[in-house]
Design a binder for this molecule. Structure first.
Ligand code: ADP
Ligand code: MG
Ligand code: MG
Length: 944
């Protein structure tokens, strides 16, 4: 018989942490903790197989399930010595969802199930605490109403209907918090809640605990496909959806008095990565209270008290705190990663309710990985696999300019401060709901989303915002958690902020900020400012680029260098940069560039008054005229190249000959004034100049007179550029430096084009070396950026010493799409899922990549040692870098600031390859589904 139910109790369990696909993350880890001897309330997990079955059979369950659930529940009754629904001694359970990949807060949980008008009496007798019993009961009815009966706010500005009722009571009694409401009022509240259900849903609240249980189980399975869960999976790219498990667990109570409480914590600081227990708790509270942000939670330890918020657990319950510390290090080491844990204290006894690998900022992710290597917990390879290259990018993020920030304080613009939940600095315009955030962002506005607290329904809006600000909630609130994961700047728990959704404004003291006004958030300090504040470079950049901070004074920098050093040990790909100027090249070297993969010589043509000589060249009537103008350009280009060579020294410098269509250097046809001005300057008649401009007009310049076609028609341009490169090389070599110029011919689609240009370059090179009496090791190669070039790469390789994939043009020509015009339809393609992503940002591995593979293969078949790289935008995109590694390229070239990302991506690609060869389990601590295909759940339920 198929096993659908897995039991766990103190010291033993049917499942374990490896069974995430079957038991969900929560269930698998509850089982693991039970096995580790960590105190966990007993319970059982209904497998994800049942969820799959449910969706495949139009909302029905396997026949064996009823019996297995009943049996497990009876076992629970025996263990606890209580009976389900018993009016004397009721067993209460929680029903908790839990998918294989954790989706915090996305799906639903119900607490205190098993309560009804009779069993609540039993609970009163059992505990002698009427207030407590009704507190549990009212929570249960509200959660049941929300989750099972779908009694939720109807519109974005409406409040939760159950919250409205309890708020009325708080007001009536003049109390601030729910835990101050007296018992009779809570009892009254349960009646009102039941009435609300009757009124709104036209059904009676179910008293039969078995009805309640199956209602809850079905609701949890149903919640797998609620809109916010779907949106969450979409945003997080969780494609291989496997459904959720359901956990039924006996309740422990954190709301039974002052020696009780509940809390959430991380085994390390999820914002900074610091190796200390980090969390929050509330005395006399249940479950969601801490994360819901209704009461502001207290810090877990003395260390954290700087953040404000009352007595710490370390002070109020030192024994419990010590036990929690012991569990923290046990879990941290056992799982070999930072854990996000949930616990409850019932009458001075600690119970663990959840552990999972915690979400963290990119910053913390990096810090924890580096620390764990130093602590001997994980290997360097594991550390590299844990830091997402894009997360590394967060390290390079700006902070506010400190002077501007001080001035803002002086000018009285510091509005308030809250908890520093998501580091970084953000300035933007205020919006008050997620929907507006999305809409404004679509219009190109930079927005800061301001809410009392956020909920899973807000995630799209949060995604669209630059920063997030809430007035309630703590470091583990929904807003904080999600923002950290998205890498958003976030400040939470600004309790003196009054937010008025209806009038779209917020107030701090006598300051009013309305929708659309600017505010600035410092996610590292928690400060909130009115107005805009300029930003400045991150700590790492201050060491590397500005050199305004000494390396030994920055721990962050040292950790950064360590991680990238490990990356260098494992990567095979060489990392080069795209740079046109010496200062860019210097920056790139500071980031670790091993060469220049692309210098766009045309960028140099726009410097200072050079454009005049360029225009003179273009407008010349014959080659003598062109030569004259080119002679003026030669010394300037030579100086540029010397600058680059001196910075790069023995590192390769790839210089591309002129590429863009010539009209890019001339005024627009329609710009009479500019043409007039230029004509005067050049001393030619207006009409003549105008005619020339018109004659250079092209219907389709991207496919027009550009690239090597310019060099073929105007060989004197190639000649001048080759001479500038070689003279520069010779002069720098004479100064005693090694130089390695590589001259690259763009847009070659036929070996004939390449041969033609190669001959021009070679003749000049030999001539120059002879003149200077210097021998330079130089290479001539080509870009592969049109399909025919890729398909005939074997012919080209006979003459070319290197290839560099120009994947921007190659993507344009493979797709037949002009990138400059793609803005009109590309968003629709992505929205309609025709494309999963923008192929100009992430390499299309099938089409464009397929051609690249052909070119690599053909090129190497003729010239086995041909050097092959990539210099398109894709060179700085992690997935594209991984692809380049897989197809055996020698290097990737990207902009200087993407070098750290590309370096890490290259190391990860190499490690992945080794792991695959060794057939070791994947880097991911969340195991992939064992039977993903069989269990893939259809999108819609066919409810009968
Ligand atoms: P989520 O997946 O949204 O975190 P959980 O299933 O973890 O939802 O439930 C949320 C909170 O409810 C838990 O952190 C815990 O505090 C409380 N809770 C769940 N089950 C129990 C239980 N059996 N006893 C006491 N509290 C519980
Ligand atoms: Mg939880
Ligand atoms: Mg190109």
């Amino acid at each position: 018989m198929a096993k659908y139910v897995y039991f766990f109790e103190n010291g033993k369990a049917d499942g374990n942490a490896k069974m995430k696909a079957l038991l969900g993350g929560k269930g698998a880890n509850l089982a693991e903790m039970a096995q580790l001897g960590i105190p966990v309330p007993p319970g059982f997990t209904i497998t994800t197989d049942v969820c799959a079955y449910y969706y495949q059979h139009g909302g029905e369950y396997p026949v064996e399930l009823k019996g297995q659930v009943a049996e497990a529940l009876h076992r629970l009754e025996e263990l606890m010595g209580r009976k389900f629904g018993d009016p004397e001694n009721p067993l209460l359970v929680s029903v908790r969802s839990g998918a294989a990949l954790s989706m915090p807060g996305m799906m639903d949980t119900i607490l205190n199930l098993g309560l009804n008008d009779h069993s609540v009496q039993g609970l009163i007798r059992l505990t002698g605490d009427e207030r407590f019993a009704y507190d549990c009961y009212r929570r249960f009815i509200a959660m049941y109403g929300d989750v099972v009966l779908d009694l939720k706010p109807q519109s974005k500005d409406e409040h939760d209907p159950f919250d409205v009722l309890i708020e009325n009571i708080r007001k009536k009694r003049g109390v601030e918090f729910d835990n101050q409401i007296p018992a009779p009022d809570l009892r009254d509240l349960t009646e009102r809640y039941k009435a609300l259900i009757r009124e709104r849903k036209k059904v009676e609240f179910r008293h039969d605990p078995w009805d309640q249980l199956w209602g809850a189980i079905t609701a949890v399975f149903g919640s797998w496909n609620n809109p916010r869960a779907i949106a969450y999976r979409e945003i997080n790219n969780i494609v291989d959806a496997m459904g959720t498990a359901v956990n039924v667990q006996s309740m422990v109570f954190g709301n039974l008095g002052e020696d009780c409480g509940t809390g959430v914590a991380f085994t390390r600081n999820p914002a900074t990565g610091g190796n200390v227990l980090y969390g929050e708790y509330l005395i006399n509270a249940q479950g969601e209270d801490v994360v819901a942000g209704t009461r502001t939670p207290q810090p877990i330890n003395i260390h954290q008290k700087g953040d404000g918020g009352g007595l710490s657990l370390e002070e109020t319950m030192p024994d419990i705190y010590a036990e929690l510390e012991a569990i923290r290090s046990k879990l941290d080491r056992h799982y070999r990663d930072m854990q996000d844990i949930e616990f409850t204290i019932e009458k001075n006894k600690l119970w663990m309710l959840q552990t999972r690998t915690g979400k963290r900022t990119g910053f913390a992710s990096f810090k924890i990985a580096v620390d764990m290597v130093r602590q001997g917990i994980i290997s360097k390879q594991e550390a590299l696999m844990r830091v997402d290259p894009d997360q590394l990018d967060q390290l390079l993020r700006p902070t506010f300019d400190p002077k501007a920030q001080r001035d803002a304080v002086k000018d009285g613009n510091l509005l308030t401060s809250g908890l520093n939940a998501g580091p970084g600095a953000a300035t933007g315009r205020v919006v008050f709901n997620a929907h507006d955030a999305e809409e404004w962002a679509m219009r190109g506005e930079v927005v800061i989303l301001v809410r009392l607290e956020t909920s899973p329904d807000d995630i799209r809006g949060m995604h669209a915002s630059r920063g997030i600000l809430t007035s309630r909630g703590g470091m583990t609130s929904h807003a904080a958690l999600v923002a950290r994961q998205m890498g958003k700047v976030c400040v939470v728990g600004c309790s003196d902020l009054e937010i008025d959704y209806g009038n779209k404004r917020m107030t701090v003291g006598d300051r009013v900020i309305r929708e659309g006004q600017y505010i600035s958030l410092d996610g590292s300090s928690g400060e909130v400012f009115a107005g805009q504040i300029p930003t400045r470079p991150s700590e790492v950049l201050r060491v590397i680029i500005d050199k305004s901070l000494a390396p030994q004074r920055s721990q962050i920098y040292q950790d950064y260098v360590a991680l990238l050093g490990w990356a260098d040990e494992f990567r095979r790909l060489e990392i080069r940069t795209n740079a046109d100027q010496p200062n860019q090249a210097e920056e790139a070297i500071a980031f670790g560039a091993e060469g220049i993969g692309l210098t766009r010589t045309e960028h140099m043509f726009f410097e200072g008054d050079r454009i005049e000589a360029v225009r003179e060249m273009i407008l010349a009537e014959n080659s003598q005229g062109r030569e004259r103008a080119l002679a003026k350009l030669l010394p300037m280009q030579k100086e540029d190249f010397k600058g680059l060579f001196k910075v790069m020294r023995e590192k390769p410098v790839t210089i591309r000959t002129l590429d863009p269509p010539l009209h890019e250097f001339l005024p627009k046809e329609t710009d009479d004034k500019a043409i007039q001005k230029l004509a005067t300057k050049l001393g030619v008649p207006y009409e003549q100049l105008f005619a020339k401009v018109v004659s250079l007009h092209e219907a389709n310049p991207m496919l027009g007179h550009r690239g090597c076609r310019l060099g073929v028609t105007y060989p004197e341009i190639t000649r001048m550029q080759a001479r500038a490169v070689m003279e520069a090389a010779c002069e720098v070599a004479r100064e005693g430096m090694d130089v390695r110029p590589e001259i690259m011919i763009p847009l070659v689609g036929d070996v004939g084009e390449f041969k033609n240009q190669r001959d021009v370059v070679e003749a000049v090179a030999l001539e120059v070396m002879e003149e200077y009496g210097v021998d330079i090791e130089y290479h001539i190669g080509t870009m592969i950026e049109v399909p025919r070039g890729a398909m005939t790469a074997d012919e080209i390789a006979e003459y070319a010493e290197f290839f560099s994939f120009g994947t921007n043009d190659l993507t344009q020509t493979v797709f037949g799409i002009s990138r400059d015009d793609a803005g009109k339809f590309l968003p629709a393609y992505v929205a309609n899922k025709i494309w999963e992503y923008d192929p100009f940002a992430r390499l299309d591995q099938k089409g464009v990549g397929g051609l690249m593979e052909i070119a690599v293969h053909k090129g190497r078949s003729v010239r086995p040692d041909i050097k092959i790289g990539i210099c398109g935008e894709h060179g700085g995109d992690p997935s594209s870098v991984e692809f380049c590694h897989r197809i055996g390229l020698d290097y990737v070239s990207c902009s200087p600031y993407r070098i750290p990302v590309a370096t890490l991506a290259a190391a990860r690609a190499a490690i992945k390859e080794t792991l695959a060869k060794e057939k070791l389990p994947k880097e991911d601590s969340e195991p992939k589904a064992v039977s993903t295909v069989a269990k893939r759940v259809p999108k819609k339920v066919a409810k009968k």
